[in-house]
Design a protein around this ligand. Structure first.
Ligand code: SF4
Length: 502
């Protein structure tokens, strides 16, 4: 495969899979954030008569290096958190290549994402034939328990009637294709987090059935790391609460070595336990910005009357306290001593490291609920978040942030719908001591000569990005140690003496 300079730049800076031989060959649509972000040579459009005197800055720019990822990518990850489920993208082949590259680079695990492989004729006449052929091929090759279908920008733009396609598939081929859950994921309407939550909602809406009440707790954690998922399972087990964690990609995306190649890695939430969600005793859902969104938790609430608690991501002390107290309330027991001691050690370490972290300034970026959780933690350890930026557009970020972190300075800039170019423009004036977010912020940190604390998704330039623990007192402890040590390293490296004791 030839690699042009533009491809190198896409692959390194913008996250494009770089599979095209030239920019003109890109199989994504013009709506792809990768396309929007890159410099493609185009014939300049002459300004309209009434635009001629307007300054260039008034002209619409969609985004430059988006601080978000593509919507079906989140759905594909959620589907891989279900046992025996294969993601199937109805759309262009380039889209699935891009998503696979992103997920593989972060999780360092193979992931198959099937595609219905649109071509020019399907874009014009519809992809019904591709869709049914694809579903039958996938069933034959993978023998999945479930196919998770997500749509791409192209299929959404042409208005593909998915309900009709699914109906035709069953009418013409009966049960020859594996069971299907479908989610609509137009990337121009949301972010990877929206795609993730939508896929979880559809899994619940299309699979869960009513049943006799059980003691199970349904936990919808959102897009967290595999280490977070394992930690959540440990916590619920310590409360003696039977758990249905949806999704659970802690094994499928971070498993052990195989003795034989597994086409679909083992692990994940079983389809049977998703069906049984209708009989859960309670739901906990993470994501303060989901307040006005239809989610897996709201489906269980409205369809089966299951009480739902919507919490922030349990990051830092206060948000973790809220989570542990919710579990204690459901289980009717005190928080186990193990976690009380973890909390105590965390508080003790905040005192130890206070002199290093106090009054440092940070730029926080990433998906909205992660930004809220990180900001809560930073304020607790004495760091001033100077800019909190996200590519999401929930219209909830500032309100939720100020509710979760009442002591957040009025001067902190909170920005929704921001891209990396805007963060880079705002960064010098913010005078940060460090940045905290995904590895996509590296070039900004490098220009500012400040450390980047890598958290969230994606982390492409370090090993172990999938194993970063963010949640609970233990996660806060790990993040705190990393933040303070990064600051100490700067202090040491920039000192003319190079103190060995700090
Ligand atoms: S779904 Fe849309 S945003 Fe995602 S890769 Fe395809 S064209 Fe790009």
């Amino acid at each position: 495969m030839l690699k042009t300079d533009i491809q190198e730049m896409q692959a390194d800076d913008l996250g494009c899979p770089g599979t095209c031989d030239s920019p003109a060959d890109c199989q994504g649509t013009a709506l792809c954030p990768v396309n929007l972000a890159r410099p493609v040579a185009t014939t300049p459009v002459p300004p309209m008569a009434d635009e001629e005197d307007e300054p260039q800055s008034k002209h619409f720019t969609s985004t430059r290096n988006a601080c978000k990822l593509c919507t079906p990518l989140g759905a594909c990850l959620a589907f891989r958190g279900v046992e025996g489920c294969i993601p199937f993208l109805h759309g262009s082949q380039g889209c699935s290549t891009y998503m696979r590259r992103y997920l593989i680079s972060h999780f360092r695990e193979p992931i198959d994402i099937a595609s219905s492989n649109f071509h020019e004729d399907s874009a014009i006449f519809g992809g019904s034939k591709n869709f049914s052929q694809g579903a039958l091929n996938i069933t034959r090759q993978y023998q999945p328990q479930l196919i998770g279908v997500a749509t791409t920008c192209l299929t959404e733009t042409i208005g593909e009637d998915m309900a009709c396609l699914l109906h035709d598939l069953r009418k013409n081929h009966g049960d020859a294709a594996a069971p299907i859950v479908h989610v609509s994921t137009a990337s121009y309407r949301g972010t990877h987090i929206d795609g993730f939550h939508s896929a979880v909602r559809e899994l619940v809406a299309q699979l869960a059935v009513a049943g006799e009440k059980s003691s199970h707790v349904a936990l919808f954690p959102g897009m967290v790391s595999t280490a977070d998922l394992r930690h959540l399972k440990e916590i619920l087990a310590d409360f003696n609460l039977p758990l249905t964690l949806l999704p659970d990609y802690s094994d499928t995306m971070d498993g052990a070595t195989w003795s034989e190649y597994e086409k679909l890695q083992s692990g994940g939430t079983t389809v049977a336990s998703i069906r049984a969600l209708g009989s859960a005793q309670a739901t906990i859902e993470f994501g303060r910005t989901l307040e006005n969104t239809k989610t897996g938790g709201t489906v269980l609430q409205t369809k089966f009357g299951i009480p739902r608690q919507l919490l922030g991501l349990p990051m830092g002390i206060r948000e973790s306290d809220a989570f542990f107290s919710a579990l204690a309330g459901i289980a009717g027991v005190e928080t186990p001593v193990k976690y009380q001691r973890e909390r105590g050690r965390l508080v003790d370490s905040l005192i130890d490291g206070h002199k290093y972290a106090f009054e440092k300034r940070a730029i926080v970026f990433g998906e909205e609920d992660l930004v809220i959780g990180l900001t809560a933690l930073l304020c607790e350890i004495g760091v001033t978040p100077v800019l909190c930026a996200s590519g999401g557009r929930s219209k909830q970020l500032e309100k939720c942030l100020r509710t979760a972190v009442p002591d957040l300075s009025e001067e902190t800039l909170v920005k929704e719908g921001f891209d990396f170019a805007e963060i880079a423009e705002a960064a010098p004036e913010s005078k940060p001591d460090f940045l905290i977010g995904s590895s996509k912020g590296y070039s900004i940190a490098r220009r500012l000569k400040v450390p980047l604390i890598r958290v969230g998704f994606p982390i492409h330039d370090r090993i172990g990005g999938q194993r970063v623990l963010h949640l609970g007192y233990r996660g806060a402890q790990e993040l705190y140690d990393r933040i303070v040590n990064a600051l100490l390293e700067v202090k040491q490296e920039t000192s003319s003496v190079g103190y060995a004791y700090l």
